[in-house]
Design a protein around this ligand. Structure first.
Ligand SMILES: Cc1cc2nc3c(=O)[nH]c(=O)nc-3n(C[C@H](O)[C@H](O)[C@H](O)COP(=O)(O)O)c2cc1C
Length: 339
């Protein structure tokens, strides 16, 4: 047993959510997390309407359990929220910006009984999300992998957000990779935890095998918080593993976009079923399955939690081990302290 109120809110067994990671959080990954009792999220950022249908249908072929989809607000094209509202999913996680500007979308989804969650980087954004009518807030600390809205640590942010949003359900994200982290954020006032980097290294994620191996081998000091990989999404801070591209840019004196080493060069190709997409230096695209080329020149998004990710495992084993460890920490380590 490891039940919190988000289990009831989403209809899941454990308060464990896999992050919606653009490109990486495939239908296979989300379905495996959900089938194991967590809430699996399909990353749909920047995906067109037909592909959205296909991804969700692929996940639905694998599980009948609750599923979430992730959308990044600045990249929402007209009609996407309406499309998502028609899909057999139970929740939508949104990221980036002021939720009040998306109050109509939130209300549309809620009207279809789809729970809405807004990922926030500050207590102010969390208050705005509550005003916008979300069902839950996700607080993201600065140690998170991928694009990072948070500017302070998860440890400082979660209780601050809890105080700011009253009784609204709260998920914590950033720096959490195992059951110890889950138990810790429950103690801070969260009702569940979101795991990105841990599931990026799951067997089912769409990240390229070499990228997963880099994450498994890395520790927290190898991550860099930067705005360097900006082709496709300028001025948006993100956390990546340190690679030669970052070293070269620093050696060149950290020049502005447009004047950076190798700017504009094609570094890799992403081969999809019928197309071959060239990828240029400083692209936002991480190396996914099907990418060939200079993978080390691409952003290897990862959070400080990479120190705790030591093997590539099936997502179900990850869900089970996080739940078992959190329960053991609460029962054997925390509960006796209060007796
Ligand atoms: C590879 C990767 C891609 C990500 N892409 C997205 C995304 O498309 N949408 C989103 O809301 N968050 C995205 N995130 C951030 C996660 O939602 C979450 O905040 C983060 O993974 C939590 O930190 P952790 O990696 O330490 O678990 C991404 C994270 C990673 C590691």
């Amino acid at each position: 047993m490891l039940k919190t109120r988000v289990c009831e809110l989403f209809g899941v067994q454990y308060p464990i959510v896999s992050a919606g990671m653009g490109g990486v959080a495939s239908a296979e990954l989300a379905a495996a997390v959900s089938a194991a009792g967590g809430l699996g999220t399909i990353g749909l950022a920047g995906v067109g309407r037909e592909a959205i249908h296909n991804e969700v249908a692929a996940a639905r072929r694998l599980t009948a359990k609750p599923l979430a989809a992730n959308l990044i607000a600045p990249f929402l094209r007209p009609g996407v929220v309406e499309t998502v509202a028609e899909l057999p999913i139970q929740a939508v996680t949104f990221f980036w910006g002021d939720a009040r500007q998306w109050a109509d979308s939130i209300s549309l989804l809620r009207g279809r009984s789809i729970k809405t969650i807004w990922q926030c980087g500050s207590a102010q954004e969390a208050r705005w999300a509550r005003e916008a009518g979300v069902d839950a807030v996700m607080a993201q600390g600065v140690e998170a992998g991928g694009h990072v809205r948070g500017v302070v640590t998860t440890l400082a942010l979660v209780p601050e957000v809890r105080d700011a949003i009253g009784d609204l359900p709260l998920l914590a994200a950033g720096g959490i990779a195992d059951g110890r982290g889950l138990a810790a954020v429950l103690a801070l006032g969260a009702d569940g935890a979101v795991f990105g980097t841990r599931f990026l290294a799951a067997a089912e994620s769409a990240a390229h095998r070499q990228y997963k191996q880099r994450v498994v081998a890395a520790d927290a000091t190898a991550t860099v918080h930067t705005t360097l990989f900006d082709i496709g999404w300028p001025d948006a801070p993100h956390r990546v593993l340190r690679t030669k591209v970052i070293d070269e840019w620093e050696r060149a004196g950290r020049p502005q976009p447009g004047q950076r080493p190798g700017e504009g060069q094609t570094i890799a190709h992403w081969r999809l079923s019928q197309t071959d997409l060239p990828l240029v230096s400083y692209t936002v695209m991480p190396p996914l399955n099907g990418v060939a080329g200079d993978l080390e020149a691409m952003p290897l998004y990862a959070g400080q939690s990479c120190s705790l990710v030591r093997e590539i495992l099936p997502a179900a084993a990850i869900v089970r081990s996080i739940a078992a460890e959190a329960r053991a920490v609460i029962e054997q380590r925390l509960a006796p302290l209060a007796r």
